[in-house]
Unconditional design. Structure first.
Lengths: 338, 479
């Protein structure tokens, strides 16, 4: 008897928990603050600066969502999440949205009950070697020692790649990026493999970056994007379309600097819809008319955010590559806003 | 006839052979007393030489002012040649505040500094019992240091004047009425809580009232129903106060007399501030808890004994990391959604529980080392259980356990760095990762570890020296 009461209470709690998650938008509005799960520190993508303020490519998307929903990009609480805690933090409702370099995979989407609402960065695993090794392709790395972070998918990708090319390697296991860089720099391994975006930042931090090259092979697909919980599609829509608004803005040449001028002079119906001058797009997801305009005004369109934090003008110096707009040969493609 | 020569006065002592005096003798006795020792000495000298010759240029070429690792490298290359290595201390120079305070707002740094100074004042009567001169020296020294830090952080402001007056007063107290400082010790947790997190002052005061409720109920009930009943009823009453009444009373007072500091949220805590908050809170709660558990484990009462044994064995059987993950992840699932249960508080509770179980076993070792006669003597004197524990058993058992207790504390303090696994910004890994994520400092490796390791060493070495002092002071045997 007692037991059934206990389980009843447990079930009731679960139902309550479910219902509380149902309206993330209402929760965020009531709280007056967006809780965004971010990286504890990843160069260019998300980390606190010297004053403790979070900056980065992923962080700017958090700000854009906050601006769209709450009207103020500063109303974000950043919760640092590690590789171990990130998904539990999202599933338990501790964060509203997770924007921290999480790879979209089948099992995370289905089994963990998340929705990857968009891909804001197409990454892939690559190799960095010293120039004087005389290697120009990863397929020539037969017998090489490779520095690899343990417990990540990169480890499995590496094994697959070498096996499928019938070549051998000796792994040098390291715990994190700084240690890997240390080992690589000290000559403990011939090649260092991790996500290409991370490699670029690592290469930039070496004493003489020109002595090191990143090999052309990308051996895995790592689509990174914002993640929300299953079951609250409206909230997922808001995050997704905030991101697509930034993309569309780049496609249409709307920037942080010219947004007001464009809004007052444009005749393009698509820009009018994007900026909320025509139709009532915001109301369809429970927001006001100016949601996208505010989101773009925070740190500019997708291209501007990219250039500000990780683009070729920064020391990290990543080229747009796969992340160029579809009109420029990349994969970034926003569905029409209509 | 021959005249015998008789020496009338003693010959002066001749100097000992060169091999038996001064440095040479010392060397012979300590370093070269035999072939094996000679070889080991030479080896050790070689290793030392190798280590120093490797690291000295790196340390000597250190750069203190630069804005990025690349700039450090170019400065080193310009001053010591292109192949020379050099430490880049400029990173510490630029980011030291994050290692110390985390993200605590700079204009509020005076609050943690003041709390840290008061911590030592609060510790003084515990550390030095009735030793007036040691207490007043400690208070004075800490006062001077705290004021210097405040001037450094804040300039000469109102807080500095306040701190000078406060520490001068406390030092005077320590020199004249050392017992009175115990009040500071009792009030310190509430003062520190208020200083660090801020908010309304009525929160900590009404929380303190909860303990007063507990004490009152205890003093009413204990004479009639015994100390255990008194303590547990008092505890229940205090919990009721905290859960249901406290918030209303504190809000009412706040409305009546608003007195508050800017509220600082827990996610601003980091670096050594975080390590000290977790370390000090856990250490000070886990010792009494550990003693109670040790007594529980040796108790004759079946239920208490089983519970204590079960608790200790369960907690000791689980790694600390598991407990931390429980604190940060699992509790979120069990608690109702939207519950605001502070992550630092969760971690403190779990770390306390962990260290209490270890302390319990250390104290039990001390209890077991006492001869049976001591217990029987206490019984023969007609002391009841708690009197016997307080007057006869504990003073001896704790004295035996000092080294073990202190090493648990040192371990606990160092374990606070593990909180980086649950996303808190501990000084060793958390802040270091954040600093390295800045493209200017990416690739820096040894410097943050040396800096943080150095501070940890000072703190832990201090604890260990204090425990040796205490052992010496309490030594009563006749060896």
């Amino acid at each position: 008897m007692k037991k059934s009461v206990f389980f009843g209470a447990l079930a009731a709690t679960t139902v309550l928990a479910g219902s509380a998650f149902a309206g993330t938008l209402d929760d965020v509005k009531a709280r007056g603050e967006l809780i965004c799960g971010v990286n504890v520190g990843l160069t260019g993508f998300g980390a606190p600066d010297a004053t403790g303020a979070y900056v980065g490519f992923d962080v700017d998307l958090c700000k854009a969502v906050a601006a769209a929903v709450l009207g103020d990009a500063a109303k974000v609480k950043y919760v640092p999440t590690t590789g171990e805690t990130r998904f539990t933090a999202l599933a338990s409702g501790e964060v509203d949205v997770l924007i921290r370099n999480s790879t979209w995979t089948f099992s995370r989407d289905t089994d963990l009950k998340f929705d990857f609402v968009a891909v804001n960065y197409y990454d892939g695993q690559g190799f960095m070697v010293k120039k004087d090794l005389g290697v120009s392709s990863a397929k020539e790395l037969d017998g090489a020692t490779v520095c690899i972070q343990t417990g990540t998918t990169t480890e499995l990708n590496l094994a697959d790649f070498f096996k499928s090319n019938n070549i051998t390697y000796t792994p040098v296991n390291v715990a994190d990026d700084s240690e890997a860089l240390r080992q690589y720099d000290a000559g403990a391994c011939d090649a260092y493999t991790t996500d290409a975006s991370g490699l670029a930042a690592s290469r930039a931090s070496l004493a003489s970056p020109a002595d090191h090259i990143i090999l052309p092979e990308i051996i895995s697909k790592e689509p990174l994007g914002p993640v929300v919980r299953h079951g609250d599609n409206n909230w997922g829509d808001i995050v997704r379309w905030t991101y697509y608004a930034l993309l569309t803005a780049e496609e249409k040449g709307v920037t942080k600097a010219n947004i007001d001028q464009v809004a007052s002079s444009t005749t393009d119906p698509e820009i009018k819809r994007l900026l909320g001058l025509e139709g009532d797009m915001g109301a369809m997801m429970g927001l006001d008319k100016d949601w996208s305009r505010r989101a773009i005004a925070v740190s500019g369109n997708y291209g501007e955010i990219f250039e500000a934090h990780i683009g070729t003008s920064t020391p990290i110096g990543l080229a747009r590559g796969l992340n160029a707009l579809w009109t420029q040969g990349g994969l970034q493609y926003a569905p029409p806003i209509r | 006839m021959s005249l015998l020569y008789i020496r009338k006065d003693m010959l002066g002592p001749s100097a000992p052979p060169a091999s038996q005096t001064g440095a040479i003798r010392w060397l012979r006795e300590n370093l070269f007393s035999g072939p094996v020792n000679s070889i080991l000495t030479l080896l050790a000298i070689y290793v030392l030489y190798a280590l120093i010759s490797l690291s000295w240029p790196w340390l000597a070429n250190g750069v203190w002012t630069a804005s990025s690792l690349q700039e450090c490298r170019s400065i080193v290359a310009a001053s010591a040649g292109p192949d020379a290595g050099g430490a880049c201390w400029a990173m510490i120079h630029e980011r030291w505040h994050q290692f110390i305070f985390g993200f605590y707002p700079p204009d509020l740094w005076w609050r943690p500094i003041l709390a840290f100074g008061l911590l030592f004042v609060a510790l003084a009567p515990v550390l030095y019992a009735d030793n007036k001169s040691a207490m007043s020296k400690l208070c004075g020294l800490i006062g001077v240091l705290a004021v210097l830090c405040l001037i450094g952080a804040d300039g000469f402001s109102f807080h500095t004047v306040l701190a000078i007056a406060l520490f001068a007063g406390l030092t005077a107290f320590a020199a004249t009425k050392p017992r009175a400082l115990l009040t500071v010790t009792i009030l310190f947790p509430f003062i520190a809580l208020w200083l660090l997190w801020g908010g309304s002052i009525w929160g900590p005061i009404t929380a303190l009232l909860g303990f007063m409720v507990m004490a009152m109920i205890y003093s009413l009930i204990a004479p009639k129903l015994g100390p255990v009943m008194g303590a547990s009823l008092g505890f229940i009453a205090a919990c009721l106060w905290w859960l249901f009444l406290q918030s209303y009373v504190s809000e009412a007072w706040q409305a009546l007399l608003p007195l508050e500091l800017t509220y600082v949220t827990s996610d601003k805590f980091g670096g050594f501030l975080l390590a000290f908050v977790i370390g000090v809170a856990s250490i000070s709660i886990s010792l009494p808890l550990g003693i109670l558990l040790a007594l529980g484990r040796r108790s004759d009462m079946m239920l208490i004994k089983t519970l204590s044994v079960g608790f200790i064995e369960f907690v000791r059987g689980v790694p600390l990391i598991t407990m931390l993950f429980t604190a940060s992840l699992l509790l979120q699932y069990f608690l109702p959604p939207q519950t605001k249960f502070d992550l630092i508080l969760r971690v403190v509770i779990l770390v306390t529980i962990f260290s209490a179980a270890y302390n319990a076993e250390v104290v039990r070792g001390g209890l077991a080392a006492l001869p049976r006669g001591q217990y029987e003597a206490a019984d023969a004197l007609g002391l009841d259980y708690w009197q016997a524990q307080r007057l006869i058993i504990m003073p001896q058992a704790l004295k035996i356990s000092i080294p073990g207790i202190v090493s648990t504390f040192i371990g606990l303090f160092k374990d606070t760095t593990l909180v980086s696994f649950v996303g808190l910004a501990d000084p060793l890994r958390g802040i270091t990762t954040i600093v390295r994520a800045d493209i200017n400092w990416k690739g820096i490796y040894w410097e943050p570890y040396i800096f943080v390791g150095g501070i940890f060493f000072i703190v832990c070495f201090g604890m260990s020296r204090y425990s040796m002092y205490l052992e010496n002071k309490l030594k009563t045997d006749h060896r």
